[in-house]
Design a protein around this ligand. Structure first.
Ligand SMILES: C[S@@+](CC[C@H](N)C(=O)[O-])C[C@H]1O[C@@H](n2cnc3c(N)ncnc32)[C@H](O)[C@@H]1O
Length: 245
Protein backbone atom coordinates (compact mmCIF):
# COMPACT_ATOMS: atom_id res chain seq x y z
CA UNK A 1 0.00 0.00 0.00
CA UNK A 2 1.47 3.42 -0.83
CA UNK A 3 2.47 5.86 1.88
CA UNK A 4 -0.25 8.42 1.09
CA UNK A 5 -2.99 5.80 1.46
CA UNK A 6 -1.51 4.53 4.72
CA UNK A 7 -1.46 8.03 6.25
CA UNK A 8 -4.99 8.76 4.91
CA UNK A 9 -6.20 5.55 6.61
CA UNK A 10 -4.53 6.72 9.84
CA UNK A 11 -6.33 10.09 9.64
CA UNK A 12 -9.65 8.28 9.09
CA UNK A 13 -9.00 6.05 12.10
CA UNK A 14 -8.20 8.87 14.53
CA UNK A 15 -11.81 9.43 15.66
CA UNK A 16 -12.13 5.79 16.59
CA UNK A 17 -8.68 5.89 18.22
CA UNK A 18 -9.58 8.79 20.52
CA UNK A 19 -12.77 6.97 21.62
CA UNK A 20 -11.55 3.38 21.88
CA UNK A 21 -7.74 3.38 21.69
CA UNK A 22 -7.87 1.45 18.39
CA UNK A 23 -8.12 2.65 14.76
CA UNK A 24 -11.24 0.61 14.11
CA UNK A 25 -9.92 -1.48 11.21
CA UNK A 26 -8.28 -4.31 13.14
CA UNK A 27 -4.71 -3.14 12.52
CA UNK A 28 -3.65 -3.60 16.15
CA UNK A 29 -4.53 -7.31 16.31
CA UNK A 30 -3.16 -7.71 12.75
CA UNK A 31 0.12 -6.33 14.11
CA UNK A 32 0.18 -9.03 16.80
CA UNK A 33 -0.54 -11.68 14.09
CA UNK A 34 2.35 -10.22 12.07
CA UNK A 35 4.77 -10.42 15.02
CA UNK A 36 3.73 -14.01 15.76
CA UNK A 37 4.35 -15.07 12.17
CA UNK A 38 7.46 -12.99 11.34
CA UNK A 39 9.55 -12.84 14.54
CA UNK A 40 11.30 -15.78 16.19
CA UNK A 41 9.85 -16.50 19.65
CA UNK A 42 11.89 -14.95 22.45
CA UNK A 43 13.67 -12.46 20.18
CA UNK A 44 12.90 -8.89 21.31
CA UNK A 45 14.85 -7.29 18.44
CA UNK A 46 12.91 -9.35 15.91
CA UNK A 47 9.58 -8.48 17.53
CA UNK A 48 10.40 -4.75 17.44
CA UNK A 49 11.54 -4.96 13.79
CA UNK A 50 8.36 -6.82 12.88
CA UNK A 51 6.23 -4.09 14.50
CA UNK A 52 8.24 -1.35 12.75
CA UNK A 53 7.95 -3.20 9.42
CA UNK A 54 4.20 -3.55 9.87
CA UNK A 55 3.85 0.18 10.70
CA UNK A 56 5.90 1.24 7.68
CA UNK A 57 4.51 -1.21 5.09
CA UNK A 58 1.04 -2.31 6.22
CA UNK A 59 -0.75 0.20 8.48
CA UNK A 60 0.62 3.15 10.45
CA UNK A 61 0.65 2.61 14.21
CA UNK A 62 0.95 5.26 16.90
CA UNK A 63 3.98 3.64 18.52
CA UNK A 64 6.80 5.88 19.70
CA UNK A 65 8.63 4.56 16.60
CA UNK A 66 12.31 4.26 15.71
CA UNK A 67 13.66 7.84 16.01
CA UNK A 68 11.89 8.79 19.25
CA UNK A 69 12.33 5.21 20.47
CA UNK A 70 16.11 5.73 20.37
CA UNK A 71 15.68 8.76 22.68
CA UNK A 72 13.58 6.62 25.01
CA UNK A 73 16.20 3.82 24.96
CA UNK A 74 18.95 6.28 25.93
CA UNK A 75 16.88 7.67 28.83
CA UNK A 76 16.11 4.14 30.04
CA UNK A 77 19.81 3.29 30.01
CA UNK A 78 20.56 6.49 31.97
CA UNK A 79 17.85 5.69 34.55
CA UNK A 80 18.91 2.01 34.77
CA UNK A 81 15.49 1.24 36.28
CA UNK A 82 14.49 -1.59 38.56
CA UNK A 83 10.89 -0.41 38.01
CA UNK A 84 9.60 1.48 34.96
CA UNK A 85 6.05 2.79 34.74
CA UNK A 86 4.42 3.66 31.42
CA UNK A 87 1.16 5.47 30.70
CA UNK A 88 -0.27 4.36 27.32
CA UNK A 89 0.52 0.80 26.19
CA UNK A 90 -1.13 0.63 22.74
CA UNK A 91 0.42 -2.50 21.10
CA UNK A 92 3.20 -2.81 23.68
CA UNK A 93 5.99 -1.48 21.45
CA UNK A 94 7.54 1.12 23.81
CA UNK A 95 7.25 -1.23 26.80
CA UNK A 96 9.20 -3.75 24.75
CA UNK A 97 11.87 -1.13 24.02
CA UNK A 98 12.06 -0.30 27.74
CA UNK A 99 12.38 -4.01 28.60
CA UNK A 100 15.16 -4.41 26.01
CA UNK A 101 17.11 -1.37 27.27
CA UNK A 102 16.73 -2.48 30.92
CA UNK A 103 17.03 -6.27 30.80
CA UNK A 104 16.28 -6.85 34.48
CA UNK A 105 13.64 -4.15 34.99
CA UNK A 106 10.02 -4.76 35.82
CA UNK A 107 7.79 -2.73 33.49
CA UNK A 108 4.22 -1.73 34.37
CA UNK A 109 2.15 -0.17 31.61
CA UNK A 110 -1.25 1.48 32.16
CA UNK A 111 -3.77 1.35 29.28
CA UNK A 112 -7.48 2.14 29.24
CA UNK A 113 -8.33 -0.18 26.33
CA UNK A 114 -8.66 -3.86 27.30
CA UNK A 115 -8.37 -4.76 23.60
CA UNK A 116 -4.98 -3.03 23.39
CA UNK A 117 -3.86 -4.79 26.58
CA UNK A 118 -4.68 -8.11 24.89
CA UNK A 119 -2.65 -7.20 21.77
CA UNK A 120 0.31 -6.05 23.87
CA UNK A 121 0.25 -9.21 26.03
CA UNK A 122 0.31 -11.40 22.91
CA UNK A 123 3.38 -9.54 21.64
CA UNK A 124 5.18 -9.57 25.01
CA UNK A 125 4.49 -13.29 25.41
CA UNK A 126 5.88 -13.97 21.94
CA UNK A 127 8.96 -11.82 22.67
CA UNK A 128 9.56 -13.67 25.95
CA UNK A 129 9.14 -10.75 28.37
CA UNK A 130 5.64 -11.40 29.76
CA UNK A 131 7.11 -12.44 33.11
CA UNK A 132 8.35 -8.88 33.77
CA UNK A 133 6.17 -6.63 31.59
CA UNK A 134 2.58 -6.17 32.81
CA UNK A 135 -0.35 -4.20 31.45
CA UNK A 136 -2.73 -2.71 34.00
CA UNK A 137 -6.07 -1.88 32.38
CA UNK A 138 -7.31 1.46 33.66
CA UNK A 139 -6.50 5.14 33.78
CA UNK A 140 -4.97 7.31 36.50
CA UNK A 141 -7.94 9.68 36.18
CA UNK A 142 -10.48 7.14 37.49
CA UNK A 143 -10.67 8.53 41.01
CA UNK A 144 -7.80 6.51 42.47
CA UNK A 145 -8.83 2.96 41.48
CA UNK A 146 -5.91 2.37 39.12
CA UNK A 147 -3.43 4.18 41.37
CA UNK A 148 -4.58 1.97 44.27
CA UNK A 149 -4.25 -1.13 42.09
CA UNK A 150 -0.70 -0.14 41.11
CA UNK A 151 0.14 0.28 44.80
CA UNK A 152 -1.77 -2.69 46.24
CA UNK A 153 -1.47 -5.33 43.52
CA UNK A 154 1.69 -4.32 41.69
CA UNK A 155 3.94 -3.10 44.49
CA UNK A 156 4.40 0.52 43.41
CA UNK A 157 5.39 2.46 46.51
CA UNK A 158 7.28 5.50 47.78
CA UNK A 159 10.35 6.24 45.68
CA UNK A 160 9.96 3.07 43.62
CA UNK A 161 9.51 4.47 40.10
CA UNK A 162 12.91 4.98 38.48
CA UNK A 163 11.60 5.73 35.00
CA UNK A 164 8.20 7.03 33.91
CA UNK A 165 7.22 7.13 30.23
CA UNK A 166 4.17 9.30 29.50
CA UNK A 167 2.56 8.56 26.13
CA UNK A 168 -1.23 8.46 26.48
CA UNK A 169 -3.78 11.33 26.51
CA UNK A 170 -1.93 14.63 26.07
CA UNK A 171 -4.48 16.52 28.15
CA UNK A 172 -3.82 14.16 31.09
CA UNK A 173 0.01 14.32 31.06
CA UNK A 174 0.27 16.95 33.78
CA UNK A 175 -2.57 15.79 36.02
CA UNK A 176 -1.32 12.19 35.90
CA UNK A 177 2.27 13.24 36.62
CA UNK A 178 1.02 15.28 39.60
CA UNK A 179 -0.94 12.25 40.90
CA UNK A 180 2.25 10.19 40.74
CA UNK A 181 4.25 12.97 42.44
CA UNK A 182 1.58 13.25 45.17
CA UNK A 183 1.80 9.53 45.87
CA UNK A 184 5.56 10.01 46.41
CA UNK A 185 6.42 7.32 43.86
CA UNK A 186 9.36 9.25 42.36
CA UNK A 187 12.78 9.73 43.92
CA UNK A 188 15.59 12.20 43.33
CA UNK A 189 17.04 11.19 39.95
CA UNK A 190 13.89 9.49 38.61
CA UNK A 191 13.56 10.22 34.89
CA UNK A 192 10.29 11.12 33.22
CA UNK A 193 10.09 10.94 29.42
CA UNK A 194 7.08 12.50 27.67
CA UNK A 195 6.26 11.85 24.01
CA UNK A 196 4.20 13.96 21.58
CA UNK A 197 4.79 17.22 23.43
CA UNK A 198 4.61 19.16 20.15
CA UNK A 199 2.21 16.97 18.11
CA UNK A 200 -0.60 16.57 19.19
CA UNK A 201 0.93 18.78 21.94
CA UNK A 202 1.04 18.98 25.73
CA UNK A 203 1.49 22.74 26.36
CA UNK A 204 0.40 22.65 30.01
CA UNK A 205 2.92 19.91 30.76
CA UNK A 206 5.71 21.79 28.95
CA UNK A 207 4.87 25.01 30.83
CA UNK A 208 4.91 23.15 34.16
CA UNK A 209 8.38 21.76 33.43
CA UNK A 210 9.62 25.22 32.40
CA UNK A 211 8.19 26.84 35.55
CA UNK A 212 9.93 24.30 37.79
CA UNK A 213 13.22 24.17 35.90
CA UNK A 214 16.12 23.87 38.32
CA UNK A 215 13.89 23.59 41.39
CA UNK A 216 11.67 20.47 41.14
CA UNK A 217 12.78 19.34 37.68
CA UNK A 218 15.61 19.57 35.19
CA UNK A 219 14.34 19.09 31.64
CA UNK A 220 16.00 18.50 28.30
CA UNK A 221 13.78 19.12 25.27
CA UNK A 222 14.70 16.73 22.45
CA UNK A 223 13.78 18.02 18.98
CA UNK A 224 12.69 15.05 16.89
CA UNK A 225 10.00 13.94 14.42
CA UNK A 226 6.58 12.33 14.56
CA UNK A 227 6.83 8.54 14.36
CA UNK A 228 7.55 6.72 11.09
CA UNK A 229 8.26 9.84 8.99
CA UNK A 230 10.83 12.63 8.84
CA UNK A 231 8.85 15.78 7.97
CA UNK A 232 6.64 16.65 10.92
CA UNK A 233 8.60 17.93 13.92
CA UNK A 234 7.83 16.68 17.42
CA UNK A 235 9.30 17.13 20.90
CA UNK A 236 10.22 14.56 23.52
CA UNK A 237 10.82 15.94 27.01
CA UNK A 238 13.20 14.17 29.36
CA UNK A 239 12.93 15.45 32.92
CA UNK A 240 14.95 14.53 35.97
CA UNK A 241 13.22 14.77 39.35
CA UNK A 242 15.22 16.95 41.75
CA UNK A 243 13.19 16.39 44.91
CA UNK A 244 13.62 13.85 47.70
CA UNK A 245 16.41 11.52 48.55
C1 LIG B 1 0.25 6.85 21.57
S1 LIG B 1 -0.45 5.39 22.17
C2 LIG B 1 0.85 4.68 23.14
C3 LIG B 1 1.96 4.15 22.32
C4 LIG B 1 2.94 3.27 23.10
N1 LIG B 1 3.46 3.99 24.25
C5 LIG B 1 4.09 2.88 22.21
O1 LIG B 1 4.92 3.75 21.90
O2 LIG B 1 4.16 1.72 21.82
C6 LIG B 1 -1.53 5.97 23.40
C7 LIG B 1 -2.26 4.88 24.17
O3 LIG B 1 -2.80 5.46 25.35
C8 LIG B 1 -4.08 4.93 25.59
N2 LIG B 1 -4.75 5.94 26.43
C9 LIG B 1 -5.32 7.09 26.04
N3 LIG B 1 -5.74 7.79 27.11
C10 LIG B 1 -5.42 7.06 28.20
C11 LIG B 1 -5.54 7.25 29.59
N4 LIG B 1 -6.10 8.36 30.09
N5 LIG B 1 -5.07 6.29 30.43
C12 LIG B 1 -4.49 5.17 29.93
N6 LIG B 1 -4.34 4.92 28.60
C13 LIG B 1 -4.79 5.86 27.76
C14 LIG B 1 -4.67 4.71 24.21
O4 LIG B 1 -5.69 3.75 24.26
C15 LIG B 1 -3.46 4.27 23.43
O5 LIG B 1 -3.34 2.88 23.44
Amino acid sequence: MNALRRWARLALGMRSFVRTGQMGDGRESACADHVETHAAPGDIDAALSAIDGFAVREAVLVNVGVEKGALLDAAVRRADPALALELGTYCGYSALRIARAAPSARVLSVEFSAANAEVARRIWTHAGVADRVTCVVGTLGDGGRTLDSLAGEHGVGPGSVDLLFIDHDNSAYLSDLLSIEQRGWLHRGSLVVADNVRIPGAPEYRRYMREHEGTRWHTVEHKTHVEYQSLLPDLVLESEYLVGS
